[in-house]
Design a protein around this ligand. Structure first.
Ligand SMILES: Nc1ncnc2c1ncn2[C@@H]1O[C@H](COP(=O)(O)OP(=O)(O)OP(=O)(O)O)[C@@H](O)[C@H]1O
Length: 255
């Protein structure tokens, strides 16, 4: 299978001012395998988002190492990092940052036009397929203001996938959605994972974590537990049992 992402002794210190420094990540060692679907849980302030930003090259670590596909990325320049993020990584956030002056289709294809890896014709074809897969084809020429939160989050998924990334990172990707839309988004992500894309997301929601394959638990800047759930398969119809399994594990950890 092989490792896609690895951190070794990853530390992040925030300096509030000269005297006040906060150790937010404390020597985090983490490995994510190619094709895995991993979630990160833990109390508020435990460092989940900070971990996501530091291992995805969106923020700079204070010390330690992060390797992506065997390449040390902590020493990359800003330009190298931005090229890496554009071509190899996709991002989905709780707040959907779409451009209001572009319609939904153009929001999805924009980063692929910028990456210039493929012709516009093949990018448009891919966008059309992604929109079909996420059930938002009818929204192509709509304004972003004309779509619901759940629909916009699907737009964000299409946008995250348009450059065929090796890995997709999500920071509370369902956090702003009602439970039906959250469920639909998770089904889409599970489906995308099953076609080979690695996914790592941060969540507070047991229902979300229960659709992932391995759950990491963060406490006070470190990973203090992990749980192997195995791949979620819709046809097994065991969402409830998985949620109960995760809840029992979290209770043992005092969550
Ligand atoms: N830019 C920053 N400067 C200073 N401190 C920060 C900064 N960003 C985050 N922090 C602090 O780092 C700690 C961890 O924040 P982080 O957002 O990673 O936690 P989290 O586990 O994702 O929390 P939540 O579940 O509430 O989103 C918090 O105490 C936060 O206040």
């Amino acid at each position: 299978m092989g490792v896609i992402l690895e951190s070794k002794e990853l530390s992040k210190v925030y300096s509030v001012d000269k005297e006040n420094k906060q150790d937010i990540l404390k020597n985090v060692n983490l490995q994510i395998n190619k094709g895995e679907f991993v979630s990160v849980m833990g109390p508020s302030g435990s460092g989940k988002s900070t971990l996501l930003y530091n291992i995805s090259g969106m923020d700079r670590l204070t010390s330690g190492s992060v390797q992506f596909n065997g390449q040390e990325i902590s020493t990359f320049s800003e330009q190298e990092l931005s090229t890496l993020r554009l071509n190899k990584m996709g991002f989905i956030f709780q707040q959907i940052h779409l451009l209001k002056n572009l319609n939904i289709f153009d929001n999805i294809v924009l980063s692929a036009y910028l990456a210039k890896k493929d012709s516009r014709k093949s990018i448009n074809k891919r966008a059309t397929e992604l929109m079909k897969r996420t059930n938002i084809s009818s929204l192509a020429d709509h304004d972003v203001t004309q779509a619901s939160g759940g629909q916009l989050q699907r737009v964000a998924i299409c946008r995250a996938l348009i450059n065929q990334p090796d890995i997709v990172f999500g920071d509370e990707p369902t956090g702003a959605l009602n439970s039906k839309s959250a469920d639909e988004v998770m089904e889409i992500l599970a489906d995308i994972n099953q076609t080979g894309t690695t996914i790592m997301l941060v969540t507070h929601d047991v229902k979300v974590a229960a659709k992932t394959e391995r759950i990491l638990y963060m406490l006070d800047g470190n990973i203090v537990g992990e749980y192997q759930l195995g791949k979620y398969r819709k046809e097994k119809n065991d969402s409830r049992a998985r949620e109960e399994e995760v809840s029992r594990w979290l209770m043992k950890l005092g969550f």
